[in-house]
Design a protein around this ligand. Structure first.
Ligand SMILES: [Mg+2]
Length: 162
């Protein structure tokens, strides 16, 4: 249902577990459509990637973020708070993907404007099913925000009254 089937969808996966990252990446590759999944392993790298700092200056803007909560250097809730406080980044949907079942984490994630919260499954087949569902819902059914956001900022729109 996406308008540009030839253009891969850019996904940022923020995950410090190399094995979880690998399995998630593999599961996305098993979906039939083009997805570019880029992986960063801690919260500081996630923010650097999103702000295109340092080595990330050529990286594309992700259209969807999968965010682990337990991360080194800067935890997922801090990353989420920074994303949603930043007018340039806050329109990117963030899926919190974590092993935590702590209701405080769930509540705080939504309070910080997470777009959804998913408990990371333990088993490979469940992980595949989860990725499939994410893919079908978030990357097929849902219309994601455009990537050329400078065209849509409030300042540049004449159809929004002062
Ligand atoms: Mg982790």
């Amino acid at each position: 249902m996406n308008d540009s089937p030839t253009q891969p969808i850019e996904i940022l996966l923020v995950e410090d577990s190399a094995s979880d990252a690998k399995l998630t990446l593999k599961a996305f590759r098993e979906t039939t459509r083009d997805r570019n999944v880029r992986i960063v392993a801690d919260g500081v790298e996630a923010i650097a990637f999103l702000r295109r700092q340092g080595d990330y200056n050529e990286c594309p803007r992700p259209q969807l973020i999968l965010l682990d909560l337990n991360l080194p250097k800067k935890n997922g809730l801090e990353v989420l708070a920074e994303i949603k406080a930043d007018p340039d980044l806050r329109s990117i949907p963030v899926i919190v993907l974590t092993t935590s079942e702590d209701e405080r984490d769930i509540f705080t994630s939504y309070q910080l404007q997470a777009n959804c919260y998913i408990r990371k499954p333990f088993h490979l087949q469940q992980l595949r099913n989860m990725v499939n569902l994410i893919d079908k819902f978030w990357l097929d059914l849902v219309k994601l925000p455009p990537t050329d956001i400078h065209l849509f900022t409030v300042e540049s729109r004449s159809d929004i009254a002062d």
